[in-house]
Design a protein around this ligand. Structure first.
Ligand code: PLP
Length: 375
């Protein structure tokens, strides 16, 4: 097995990142503050249409700060998508609050608005209105965000949009992450663009973002000495990482085009052969296609998802099962959940295929060849 490994989603530099890092070195801004941090925040606002932005050490930190600023505390409950990566839900528990997990609808695989409303009604009847909703746009696909936002408005529950996988995706032309009270993005190494590790919190509420910057830099009061009236965090992004981010932002749309083309290629070559692809429901939905996913119909292909994954692994091709839902995770199994069948089915049948913007035509062809020889 001499072939170079084909990754699911590896970092892909655009070319201008080093220029911003060099500037930081020239000016000795090797710190979690500086011109790249300020400019990256401005550029992210301009790109997303969000009013305000704080860049942070991770997407997880962004969710954590959103919950703190919304006043989520011990004993509260917070509603969260079940079909997601654990980082969406972990900060709820950091705050001593209790997650309530909601299953997906079939069309976009994201949180089902009907189940959300049911959960809110139940909780309110019990005199325990949830303190927030964390809604995830998985694999870049926009969820039913208009319905979700109007339900949150009706029940007066704050909405946090986890758009960690959906930077560049939009609904009716509006960028995801800007529909709720807060939006979060991630720049982890495997995301559509990366700062090697990092995240951002966006909101139209400038006071909240100011508060996020304050909490992210150890909550230091205004005084000549070090004085603290609140518990702080060390969550700010470094000026070096922000330099990478500025370069990456310039190629984000191009990288999304490439990922969308990969999706088209896989679909064209595998459709009708026992693989099912998730479609954008209509032209209002625009996905960055962070990862192309397929559902394996065992009856038609003659093999299941795990067989496909292990066969591709033998050829040094990295794939990954779809996220295991949170309501099935040992660490979260004692918390309440609504529905579950939709995401359980997706987890059982689904596989993420290599989707990096740096994937070559030859690599894609090789992957198709390996899959079709199994049929
Ligand atoms: C990656 C990811 C996060 C966390 O982002 P980090 O920057 O890795 O902390 C949160 N939610 C989802 C859905 C993600 O995919």
């Amino acid at each position: 097995m001499s072939k170079e490994r084909i990754y699911l989603s590896s970092p892909h530099m655009g070319g201008t990142e080093l220029k911003y890092i060099q500037e930081a070195f020239n000016q000795n801004w090797i710190a979690p503050l500086g011109p790249n941090v300020d400019n990256f925040e401005k550029e992210l606002c301009a790109y997303s249409g969000a009013g305000h932005c704080a860049v942070l050490s991770s997407g997880t930190a962004a969710i954590h700060l959103a919950l703190i600023i919304l006043g989520v505390k011990r004993g509260d409950s917070v509603i969260c998508s079940s079909f997601t990566f654990s980082a969406s839900a972990n900060p709820i528990v950091y705050q001593g609050a209790e997650p309530i997990f909601i299953d997906s609808e079939e069309q976009t695989w994201n949180m089902d608005p009907t189940l959300l409303e049911e959960a809110l009604e139940d909780q309110i009847k019990e005199g325990r209105k949830p303190a927030a909703v964390i809604f995830v746009h998985l694999y870049g696909m926009p969820g039913k965000i208009e319905e979700i936002a109007s339900i949150c408005k009706k029940y007066e529950v704050p909405l946090i949009e986890d758009a960690a996988e959906a930077l560049g995706s939009s609904y009716k032309g509006q960028k995801l992450g800007t529909f709720g009270d807060f939006g979060i993005y991630s720049f982890n190494g495997n995301k559509i663009i990366t700062t090697s590790g990092g995240g951002a919190l966006v909101s139209n509420n400038g006071e909240w973002i100011k508060k996020a910057r304050f909490l992210a830099t150890q909550a230091r009061d205004q005084a000549p000495h070090y004085q603290h009236s609140e518990i702080g965090y060390n969550y700010r992004m470094s000026n070096i990482a922000a330099g990478i981010g500025r370069g990456q932002l310039q190629v984000l749309d191009e990288w999304a085009d490439k990922r969308r083309a990969h999706y088209g290629f896989y679909k064209q070559n595998l459709r009708g052969k026992g693989f099912r692809f998730i479609e954008e429901p209509d032209k209002d939905y625009y996905s960055n296609r962070w990862l192309t996913t397929v559902l394996v119909d065992e009856k038609a292909t003659g093999f299941d998802r795990e067989t496909l994954r292990t066969e591709l692994e033998k050829h040094n091709i990295e794939t990954r099962p779809l996220w295991k839902p949170m309501h099935l995770q040992p660490v979260f199994s004692r918390y309440p959940s609504y529905g579950g069948k939709v995401s359980e089915h997706l987890f059982e049948k689904g596989l993420c295929l290599p989707s990096g913007s740096n994937l070559t035509v030859e690599q894609k062809q090789l992957i198709i060849n390996k899959i079709t020889t199994l049929l």
